[in-house]
Design a protein around this ligand. Sequence first.
Ligand SMILES: Nc1ncnc2c1ncn2[C@@H]1O[C@H](COP(=O)(O)OP(=O)(O)OP(=O)(O)O)[C@@H](O)[C@H]1O
Ligand SMILES: [Mg+2]
Length: 353
Amino acid sequence: MEKTSQMTQEEIQAILKEIKYPGFNRDIVSFGMVKNISLNENTVDISLQINSENTNLLNQLSSQIKNKFKSLGENNVNIIIQKPPNEPVQSAGQQNPVNQQSIPGIKHIIAVASGKGGVGKSTVSINIAAALSKNYKVGVLDLDIYGPSLPMLVDLHRQPEMTAEKKLVPLEKFNMRLMSFGFINSDDAPAVWRGPMVSRMTQQFFEDVEWGKLDYLILDLPPGTGDIQLTLVQKLALTGAVMVTTPQELALLDVKKGADMFGKVNTPVMGVIENMTHFLCPHCNESSRIFPGNGGEEESKRLEVPLLGQIYLSPEIAQSADRGNPYVLNCKDSPITAEYMKIANHIVELAEN
Ligand SMILES: Nc1ncnc2c1ncn2[C@@H]1O[C@H](COP(=O)(O)OP(=O)(O)OP(=O)(O)O)[C@@H](O)[C@H]1O
Ligand SMILES: [Mg+2]
């Protein structure tokens, strides 16, 4: 039999670096998906670890890799694709393995994250959800224990009901199913809660909410990309993550940390949304840039993730949030709503392919 493995590990690694994960600008090596390359006498075995149930996408990726190697004369390449093991997060001080769960009945779970607080993550979450809700059954889970914002964003301040099986029934408004720690703990924010406690509460939240059938569940994560966030995203089989940033440099740097965090749990970052980019004058609809530079555009190029959209700074967005009426449902004809619709469509494209 002919000997096939003429290439070295490094050469193979370099070739794999040219393979983009389908639908993304980023290669499978930098995503951390390549776990092992073994050079056997007659074959090259490449083990990938990918957190996706999408067999079409996985088959497509497999053939893409094999074809690439074939074109370089390496014919006997085996691609082995595995789901990530349930590893504990060492840095979070966890000892027990954590299972990455999917929630029965929910097709896609999308996390909305930000490196820094106050960049508009909750506002973006509810508006993406509202945009998706025009065509899909959507839920929103506000995971910010310290500063839940969903009650205010949708102007709902009552306790959810419990089923006979002691499951929480999400509140319904604007044709969306909504759940927040703020509905349960409406008064004092439990600011003294520590990571493990937050993580336990959240875990219970995942299991104890009767979501029913949903196409999309949007998770509004607590701000930051530390251990709490990592533990949260590690527990759930996420379809992907969206990072929200403002154009200031610090926020942009933090996007990188977020991308690294999602990389650790093999969750694709679907893209970046730059919030409060331009100022849109409510009187003349003229827009002007507030911060210098190209902000999100440059950052998304550097991180090789798409810029999903840029949302203007607009007093009406803040007012809608304060009134508890999502902007997208409120101001149907504005360019900002059109941008949100574009973002939602892009997310759907990435999630369903
Ligand atoms: N595009 C925008 N134009 C004007 N105001 C905005 C915009 N996006 C968000 N805001 C306002 O900025 C403030 C912070 O937004 P938001 O609460 O969504 O941020 P966050 O990132 O979720 O914050 P936290 O880190 O506290 O969770 C809110 O008052 C909100 O109304
Ligand atoms: Mg928030």
